[in-house]
Design a protein around this ligand. Structure first.
Ligand code: PLP
Length: 442
């Protein structure tokens, strides 16, 4: 198969007459019309099937159409949809479930509907509780927190719209493959972390550090051991709140329920969204009670919005997280993650266009380069591998010169192997390199 089939092409032409452009790079390149998802498999309008190694958009931790989530949503859809932010029986159940899954100190929750909305809520809390004069917020270079104005003010790179020069103070992210300080591990002595610490210690007007524990959108940048421990200690010593944006990593994706916790950053506030409700719009702000219950942060209406905590989102989140807990899926993520790491390491060894492969749990980034020595980014190769793999039946996620892989936690080992094998064949086709054993066969 090359590109979308005839039914899909007709459909895309029809909607293009009215649909505004501006889709993500991955769906603009893919040009697919998906009709159904079951587990790790998607079907398009022409009947082709794909392994979904992007898990929706990192939302489908349980795969597509998990029967328990479908049942919970169907039951709730027949009962009650929206009563603003009034209490419902499901909300108390969800609070108890979150209290079981999250570290004990994160015992207070507010519910929202999207990643950007929960990040904005966290920013409002930070500003409300900040001592006078502490009006700036720390963030990391290469971070991504959503497309609302507050979230965009945290980062200074263009995310498809003109970027804002925000009110944030930026620190170095642990991007070892392209170290901004031109150092190498381990001789660098984690200089990036030292400089972030210095920033925090020397700027008394910073009230919080908002961070992705593993930087997802920038290409799955996994910090080396010690990075978060050092920075969080400095924040603690200087009264700077730690706000973990786990919209992408939270809920088990990296092999622990919270990546921040596993990497040594004890956050005061945590934002969760994507993996928590199987793709239904839903988000949680979890925090220390002294922060979220402080009078400054809890004025009437401060956690309310039209869809915040709607009963359907709560039903989807409860069903999703109950399955994650009951089926010990976070442990499964670690096991499957080890397997995927192995398969990707083998591809890295074979293909020079793969400058770096890295990841944690079931979240991996492949960085494409024109030349391993110069490390010049190769977005055209990433795009070619992405579309070739899709044509071969593997959906991944592409952005610039990076392909991200994030299969569902529930995927069968055989399908995980198959996805890795398709990726290998796509790399062979794009690079013109023969497969292993090709010489012997000839
Ligand atoms: C870390 C992080 N924060 C926030 C967001 C924004 O979430 P949403 O697209 O639901 O607004 C994203 C989206 O990818 C994200 O990865």
């Amino acid at each position: 198969m090359t590109g979308p089939g005839p039914l899909q092409r007709r459909h895309l032409e029809r909607e293009a007459r009215h649909l505004a452009p501006g889709a993500s790079e991955e769906s603009a390149l893919a040009r697919r019309v998906f009709t159904e998802g079951r587990g790790a498999v998607l079907t398009d309008l022409d009947g082709n099937q794909y392994l979904d190694f992007a898990a929706g958009t990192l939302t489908q931790s349980l795969g597509h159409g998990h029967p328990e989530v479908v049942a919970a949503l169907t039951e709730q859809a027949g009962r009650l949809w929206n009563v603003h932010d009034s209490a419902t029986p499901g909300r108390a159940e969800l609070c108890d479930l979150l209290a079981r899954l999250l570290p004990e100190r994160l015992d207070t929750y507010a519910f929202f509907s999207t990643g950007a909305e929960v990040v904005e809520a966290a920013l409002r809390v930070v500003q409300a509780v900040a001592p006078p004069g502490r009006n700036r917020i720390g963030a990391l270079r290469h971070g991504f927190h959503g497309k609302t104005l507050g979230a965009r003010m945290l980062v200074h790179w263009d995310i498809g719209n003109q970027s804002f020069a925000g009110n944030s103070v930026l620190g170095y992210s642990p991007y070892c493959y392209r170290c901004p300080l031109e150092l190498e591990r381990p001789s660098c002595g984690l200089r990036c972390a030292t400089l972030v610490r210095r920033h925090i210690a020397s700027k008394p007007n910073v009230s919080a550090l908002v961070f992705e524990p593993v930087l997802g959108a920038a290409g799955v940048i996994v910090p080396p051991p010690g990075y978060w421990e050092q920075i969080s200690e400095e924040c603690r010593n200087n009264g700077v709140l730690l706000v973990a944006d786990e919209v992408l990593t939270g809920g088990g994706r990296t092999g622990s329920f919270l990546a921040s916790e596993a990497l040594g950053a004890e956050a005061d506030l945590v934002a969760l969204a994507k993996g928590t409700a199987s793709g239904f719009p839903f988000a949680v702000l979890a925090g220390r009670s002294e922060v979220l219950r402080s009078p400054a942060a809890s004025a009437a209406g401060s956690t309310a919005s039209t869809y915040a905590g709607n009963p359907l989102g709560i039903a989807a989140a409860r069903a999703t997280l109950e399955v994650v807990a009951r089926d010990a899926l976070v442990d499964r993520v670690r096991t499957l993650g080890d397997l995927l790491t192995d398969r990707l390491a083998a591809l890295h060894a074979r293909f020079d266009v793969l400058g770096d492969v890295r990841g944690l749990g079931l979240l991996h980034g492949l960085e494409f380069v024109r030349d391993r020595r110069t490390r010049e980014p190769a977005p055209e190769i990433a795009r070619a591998v992405y579309t070739t793999a899709l044509d071969m039946g593997l959906r991944t996620s592409v952005g610039g010169h990076i392909i991200r892989l994030a299969p569902p936690f529930t995927i069968d080992v055989a399908l995980l192997e198959e996805g890795a094998a398709i990726l290998g064949r796509a790399l062979e086709r794009v690079t013109g390199q023969a497969g292993p054993g090709a010489g012997e066969a000839a």
